[in-house]
Design a protein. Structure first.
Length: 96
C-alpha cells in the first residue's frame, strides 16, 4: 500500500490493479438501455477458481468496484456528493 500526500501519486495508485489480486476478466461490455452489461470470465489464477466456486456452488452475488476520478462537494450534513462528470480510468495492470 502506498501512503502519500502527493495527489498525482495517489491518483496513479488508485488506477493500478495488481495482477496477483485478479480473479476475473470482463469481456463483451456493452450498454443495454441504461444498464452496463458484460460477460465475466474467471481466470485460472489463484483467485479465479475461488470466484467460480462461490458463484456456481455457493450462489454468491457478483459485485464490482469502479475506479473513477472527478470532483466532489461536501454537503452541510456531512455527506459527499459526487459531481458529474466522473471519468472512469483506464486501469494499469502490473506484476510485482
Amino acid at each position: 500500500m502506498v501512503v502519500t500526500n502527493d495527489p498525482n501519486i495517489a491518483k496513479r495508485r488508485a488506477t493500478i490493479v495488481e495482477i496477483k489480486n485478479c480473479g476475473a476478466l470482463l469481456r463483451n461490455i456493452y450498454m443495454e438501455g441504461k444498464n452496463i452489461v458484460g460477460e465475466i470470465e474467471t481466470l485460472t489464477s489463484f483467485n479465479g477458481p475461488d470466484i467460480a466456486n462461490m458463484v456456481s456452488k455457493d450462489r454468491v452475488g457478483i459485485g464490482f468496484s469502479l475506479r473513477a476520478l472527478g470532483g466532489v462537494n461536501e454537503r452541510p450534513d456531512g455527506t459527499i456528493e459526487v459531481l458529474t462528470p466522473i471519468k472512469p480510468k483506464k486501469l494499469w495492470a502490473y506484476k510485482k
